[in-house]
Design a protein around this ligand. Structure first.
Ligand code: UGA
Length: 428
């Protein structure tokens, strides 16, 4: 099949490369000239395990092309929209880019082509796109919703071996085309109407975010009653009805998806006069988790003015260079507001990102970053951080206070190295 993917962010790029690897002819379009030049040279603008070699392979096989313009649309069977849907100030999704793309596709796509939304869009968007296309005189184009469930850091395996495919379709013919597009995948398919598909995406992310905020509240109680939240998670997770994933307590969720999608779903509910109380609390708990390290530092040190604090980890989670909604940046900013001197260590983020935010000091050697610090805060559980030699750290840090925001440091080892370790209810 001939596939057009518009937008080469995480979702668009991974989708395009994977669809090419299924044997389709794929053109990926993005208005960012620099990115397209890089991609055409086989260089990946994002850090994602295994993506660059697969991209290069598809380029060599002449199944994948990158362009800055949707120049010639005559051939495409399906166009997938994977452009950004950034949150507005009220939390609702901004669909400006989506509709700009739809306008262009409405003018250019061949008779009977499909348009699919891959971006996370508010429930009802596929229907709105269809109505909009009708006003352009394009009743022949069918609009489908194919939400994406890939995680950053394991995007490739999530796309090549997904847990399920959700196809929101208006008719059987569209379903047939989507099955053909994904024919190499032997996984459960849920075929449904488009609003249902759009809701499955939001509900999935909101539910996972709820698990995280739930265990974080349990951790906060564990902290006060002397229970060990790690074992509580383990004990709960062994019940198959609960499941062990997304029960890691800590600084809470960040990234480009959970924060945005939870707020958007609260909004979607509000639009139909429903007060989604549970999800509002999930968002609030997540926000509160980020204030905890500062509170602990204040309890320990009193005044934070001129305190040297090293934040270990900048990416919102390990395995990615993505810093969107990363707790590290917010905590760093708050610490600076209190007069602290802040520096960061991250094994990956430095290379990609330092130039853009000159006020933030990011180092690529943890021992250099920790030199003469009064306190350290673990923000991202990179292996490089989990496996730090704390005896060595003890010889270079000025102070002895460590806050483990991800419950990954061994309290016994830290104590042996002479540190005061605090965390979120991890009391083995
Ligand atoms: C998430 C979903 O997991 C994907 O299924 C979805 O496709 C994607 O959003 C999206 O909507 O595009 P992602 O944001 O890449 O993927 O990252 P996750 O691995 O889900 O982690 C999200 C956040 O939750 C991270 O900040 C992580 O540190 C945090 N987390 C995760 C916890 O605090 N505790 C946990 O137990 C698990």
């Amino acid at each position: 099949m001939k596939v057009l993917v518009v937008g080469t962010g995480y979702v668009g790029l991974v989708t395009g490369v994977c669809l090419a690897s299924f044997g389709h002819d794929v053109v990926c379009v993005d208005q960012d000239q620099q990115k397209i030049t890089m991609l055409n040279m086989g260089e990946c603008p994002i850090y994602e395990d295994g993506l660059e070699p697969l991209l290069q392979e598809q380029l060599l096989e002449h199944r994948l092309w990158f362009d800055t313009k949707i120049s010639d649309c005559a051939d495409f069977d399906i166009a997938l929209i994977a452009v950004g849907t950034p949150p507005r100030s009220d939390g609702s999704a901004d669909l400006t880019s989506v509709f700009e793309v739809v306008t262009e596709l409405g003018n250019k796509l061949k008779q009977g082509a499909l348009i699919g939304t891959k971006s996370t869009v508010p429930v009802g968007t596929a229907h709105s796109i269809e109505t909009y296309l009708e006003t352009m005189g394009r009743r022949d184009i069918r609009v489908v919703s194919i939400p994406e469930f890939l995680r950053e850091g394991s995007a490739l395996s999530d796309t090549l071996q997904p847990s399920r495919l959700i196809f929101g379709v208006p008719d059987d013919e569209s379903l047939r085309v989507l099955k053909q597009l994904h024919s190499p995948l032997d996984v459960p398919i849920v075929a449904c109407n488009r609003s249902t598909a759009e809701m499955i995406k939001y509900a999935s992310n909101a539910f996972l975010a709820t698990k995280i905020s739930f265990i974080n509240e349990i951790a906060n109680i564990c902290e006060r009653v002397g229970a060990d939240v790690q074992l509580v998670s383990q004990g709960m997770g062994l019940d198959p009805r609960i499941g062990s994933s997304f029960l890691r307590a800590g600084l809470g969720y960040g990234g480009s998806c959970f924060p945005k999608d939870t707020r958007a779903l609260v909004n979607i509910a509000g639009d139909v006069a429903y007060d989604f109380k549970l999800l509002k609390a999930v968002v609030e708990v997540n926000q509160r988790q980020r204030t905890e390290p500062i509170e602990r530092l204040r309890q320990w040190f009193g005044d934070l003015n001129n305190l040297r604090v090293t934040l270990l980890g900048v990416a919102f989670k390990p395995g990615t260079n993505d810093i969107r909604e990363s707790p590290a940046l917010e905590i760093g900013e708050r610490l600076r507001d209190h007069g602290a001197q802040v520096q960061f260590y991250d094994p990956v983020v430095t290379r990609f990102w330092l130039q853009k935010q000159e006020s933030v000091r990011v180092m690529d050697d943890p021992y250099v970053a920790l030199q003469n610090s009064d306190a350290a805060i673990v923000v991202t559980e990179w292996p490089e951080i989990v496996e730090l030699d704390w005896i060595r750290v003890g010889t270079i840090m000025r102070g002895r206070f460590v806050f483990d925001g991800r419950n990954v440091l061994d309290p016994v080892a830290l104590e042996r190295a002479g540190f005061v370790l605090e965390n979120f209810g991890f009391h083995p």
